[in-house]
Design a protein around this ligand. Structure first.
Ligand code: FES
Ligand SMILES: [Fe+2]
Length: 372
């Protein structure tokens, strides 16, 4: 068991242990093998793809006798591929059948009996950009915002990513999110000290705009990076004039334990993409992963920063954490936090206008939500 170093209550983020929002729980391709067990937010879930193609996430434990719906590899109905029926799933123990909405639909040996009290909770799911996303809400409410989407994903020259699975790291999610305002780690950790930097807080979005010279590559890097809720980061980057998009996803597994994924979307020179284009795209992802891994390694071994010993020229960690706190409190109270912190916030050292002010159009395809 990984040692948990600090929990939500230690950081004083809010009354709920786990935050509201959209979270990556798997890569789409992982669902090719039948039902899959998930462990997130200190809970167990069963996920499967129905015959219509729809992805379903249910609370994991059958109401009959508590069997985990997705942790049997040896039950007959699993090995004979009879567990999924339409968009419903059968329990491996006595084959009670649950629908995609979590309602009990059939007890095979007790016709006509389907107690409503046997229903399992079914969780909102979206599948996009090769990822399966789940809406988590401690109040069990419906989503009040949609997950982010990159219009560039649909470009004919886009080379779609495969996720890097980084596994679990014993750091609280809030310290991963600290990165958004952490202007002074970019030089020492990534080799690209900022020439400009700002944050913007916009309701459920936090945005970072920065750029500088990337010494290891002798190239200029400009980035616009945004979290949509606390779980999903997207970043538009130009690197020596070449454009790419990065994904970093982080999802609480337990209180103080976080799972992370990473990927890069880049573009082919030719159409269709050549083997060299695909190789370049994989190399771009590997390069970005190396940069992200430098953060990851710090997080893995650091002591908790329950409070940051903040200097005047540090980023606004306190405001960043306030933004995070909106997801750890009742949804009805989040607006108050948003109204308090919404707006552009330069850091003390770089009060000049950001790239957004100098380069109109760069952000036109950023900050989109699914269905926009
Ligand atoms: S425990 Fe699930 S059907 Fe009996
Ligand atoms: Fe970083």
């Amino acid at each position: 068991m990984t040692d948990i170093k600090a929990r939500t209550a230690d950081y004083g983020l809010g009354p709920y242990t786990y935050p509201r929002g959209w979270f990556v729980v798997a890569e789409s391709s992982e669902l090719d093998e039948g039902a899959m067990a998930l462990r997130y937010f200190g809970r167990e879930y069963a996920m499967y793809r129905g015959e219509s193609g729809r992805v379903v996430i249910l609370d994991a434990f059958c109401k009959h006798m508590g069997t985990h719906l997705a942790r049997s590899t040896s039950a007959h109905i699993v090995t004979s591929a009879q567990q999924i029926e339409g968009d419903s799933i059968r329990c491996p123990y006595h084959a009670w059948k649950y629908g995609a909405d979590g309602q009990l639909e059939e007890i095979p040996y007790q016709p006509g009996v389907c107690p409503a009290s046997a229903a399992l909770r079914s969780h909102p799911v979206r599948e996009l950009m090769g990822c399966i996303l789940m809406w988590f809400d401690p109040e069990e409410g419906e989503p009040d915002f949609e997950p982010p989407y990159l219009p560039a994903w649909d470009r004919p020259d886009a080379i779609h990513w495969q996720l890097d699975h980084l596994g679990e790291v014993p750091v609280h999610q809030v310290e991963i999110l600290d990165n958004m305002t952490d202007v002074h780690h970019l030089g020492p950790t990534h080799g690209s000290p900022c020439e400009y930097f700002e944050n913007e807080f916009r309701d459920t979005l936090v945005i970072q705009r920065q750029g500088g010279f990337l010494a290891p590559y002798q190239a200029h890097l400009d980035t616009v990076t945004w979290y949509t809720g606390p779980g999903i980061l997207l970043s538009k980057q130009t690197f020596n004039g070449v454009e790419m998009y990065e994904l970093i996803a982080n999802t609480p597994v337990a209180d103080g334990l976080t799972r992370a994924w990473h990927a890069v979307l880049s573009f082919a020179q030719g159409n269709p993409a050549s083997a060299a284009d695909i190789d370049n795209a994989r190399q771009a992802q590997a390069g970005a992963l190396a940069a992200f891994s430098a953060d990851f390694e710090v997080w893995k071994h650091k002591a908790p920063a329950i409070k940051v010993m903040q200097t005047r020229n540090d980023g606004h960690f306190n405001i960043q954490r306030k933004w995070v706190s909106q997801f750890y409190m009742p949804a009805a109270e989040a607006r108050k936090v948003q109204e308090e912190i919404n707006g552009v916030l330069p850091v003390a050292e770089f009060p000049q206008p950001s790239r957004a002010g100098r380069d109109a159009g760069f952000e036109d395809d950023c900050f989109q939500l699914m269905g926009d």
